[in-house]
Design a protein around this ligand. Structure first.
Ligand SMILES: [Zn+2]
Length: 478
């Protein structure tokens, strides 16, 4: 708990003036994490932060259940010999791996690594689980911690060395089956992002930036207020690349043995980082109602002589809200109402209900939205639909704001001269790697790829001026 237990001290940084410092401060002040753990890149999930993250997980778990995925939990440690079977994968991860080399007093015969992702843990086992076409499609996922020794500057929820990780792994009898899976994943991504109030674009990453071992990689990127993009989800088509390395085969109907086609879908605590970054303000974080651990807080306005009846009424309101399935809390602590407002605003509670002696007399309550701070006085009788309506409206507005920020952050450029990367730049591209790399170098940005659902384009490559049938998207990234 920060020193200002009553929440009196405002945030030291303004989001519009210094986004980075604001972000670093707000994640702790809003009680989402504690960064004081004595290992760099490893943060502590506090109770409020973990409840928020697991609320995101719940949405994902529901999507997984409805799409026929089973949940598994594989061991954290992967033996080195399994890890080395897929060569490209190793190249991509070998610099980021944490090793376990000793157990007790002895060196291990086979070194173990902490999973950076679980292909190499799962696929040797998939080769035992998949036998015939009747075992397909195999659709599994897990939500676990993973480790990557990332040398770039660490940042809560955005770049951590231990991170909370969702990974779905599927096996299919053919390429088309895997492609259909990717379509399903994209729909899940869209529904989830909408619940989180996040606009995003899906790019096909350039070949040099695809996932190690993948045939192609898609990524969902959202735009943060400082003009940099954040990757919040990735979907990979592996074709038979891993199945060949790990010998995952099925017996087809004619008796022939064929390799499976595989996909993966990955997301992480970055989803929470994106919510904080996109929606937070100078008062703290703003959580969408779908993931807020507390959706409504009821604050009684207390005066000495009317204290008891007001607390009783506020308590009754909180209970009624809970009965309708809302996560509601009564705050009857003995501190000023203003301090309570500040405290809950900092933590992102979507809706506050204020009730005082005058409201009781007039038969009203006051509702205050966290995102706009808009106030509405509504009759106490029949207030429940109004509470629901306000939460729904807030959720819709949050998504709309993020989508609109993303749209206005995309800009066409027709030359690389005098350009700087702020937001997402869109430029004609002939598709050659060399031109793509030159764009990256001269703009000081990363080539995100081409839009997955792209409109037909005809123009010129901004580097070589040859005819271009697609547009590269570039941005500075996290
Ligand atoms: Zn070119």
């Amino acid at each position: 708990m920060p020193a200002d237990e009553e929440g009196q001290t405002p945030l030291g940084h303004r989001k519009s003036e210094d986004f980075n410092e604001w972000y670093n401060e707000v994640v702790e002040r809003a009680d989402l994490c504690d960064k004081r753990y004595p290992v760099k890149g490893l943060n502590i999930w506090t109770a409020h932060g973990w409840r928020t993250m697991t609320a995101i997980d719940s949405i994902i778990r529901k999507e997984m259940a409805e799409s026929g995925h089973g949940e598994v939990c594989f061991p954290l440690l992967v033996p080195e010999d399994q890890f080395r079977k897929e060569e490209q994968h190793i190249k991509g991860f070998s610099d980021e791996v944490y090793w376990v080399t000793r157990a007790g007093g002895n060196d291990l015969d086979v070194r173990l690594l902490l999973r950076p992702t679980s292909e190499t843990a799962m696929y040797p086992i998939f080769s035992l689980w998949v036998r015939s076409h009747a075992d397909l499609p195999l659709k599994l996922f897990q939500i676990v911690n993973a480790f990557r020794f990332d040398t770039k500057q660490t940042r809560a929820f955005i770049r951590m060395r231990e991170f909370h990780f969702f990974e779905a792994h599927t096996c299919h009898s053919d390429f088309e089956g895997a492609e259909r899976q990717i379509q399903e994943d994209l729909h899940i991504m869209a529904r989830l992002a909408s619940r989180l109030g996040l606009g995003f674009l899906v790019f096909k990453r350039p070949d040099w930036d695809k996932f190690p071992g993948a045939f192609y990689s898609l990524a969902a990127d959202t735009l943060l207020p400082d003009g940099r993009t954040l990757q919040i989800g990735t979907i990979h088509q592996y074709r038979e690349n891993f199945a060949r390395a790990y010998d995952i085969k099925y017996e087809a109907e004619g008796g022939e043995h064929r390799h499976v086609h595989q996909t993966t879908y990955g997301m992480s605590e970055r989803l929470l980082g994106a919510v904080v970054a996109v929606h937070g303000d100078d008062g703290g974080v703003v959580l969408p109602p779908s993931i807020a651990p507390i959706q409504v807080v009821v604050v009684p306005i207390l005066a000495k002589e009317t204290r008891e009846p007001v607390i009783a009424e506020a308590d009754a309101i909180a209970r009624e809200l809970q009965k309708t399935g809302l996560r509601a809390r009564l705050d009857n602590r003995d501190i000023r109402p203003g301090a309570k407002y500040y405290y809950w605003e900092l933590r992102g509670v979507p809706l506050r209900i204020e009730i005082g002696p005058r409201d009781i007399k007039e038969g009203n309550v006051v509702l205050v939205r966290r995102d706009t701070r808009q106030k509405a006085t509504v009759p106490r009788v029949g207030m429940m639909p109004e509470v629901r309506r306000m939460l729904d409206l807030m959720a819709m507005d949050m998504t709309a704001r993020s989508v609109s920020m993303l749209k206005s952050g995309v800009r066409d450029i027709f030359s690389l001269d005098d350009e700087h990367a702020d937001g997402i730049l869109r430029a004609g591209w002939c598709g050659q790697d060399s031109c793509g790399h030159e764009m990256e170098d001269r703009l000081g940005a990363k080539l995100l790829g081409t839009l997955y659902e792209k409109a037909p384009y005809s123009g010129r490559c901004v580097v070589c001026e040859r005819e271009a049938s697609e547009q590269a998207h570039l941005a500075r990234t996290y």
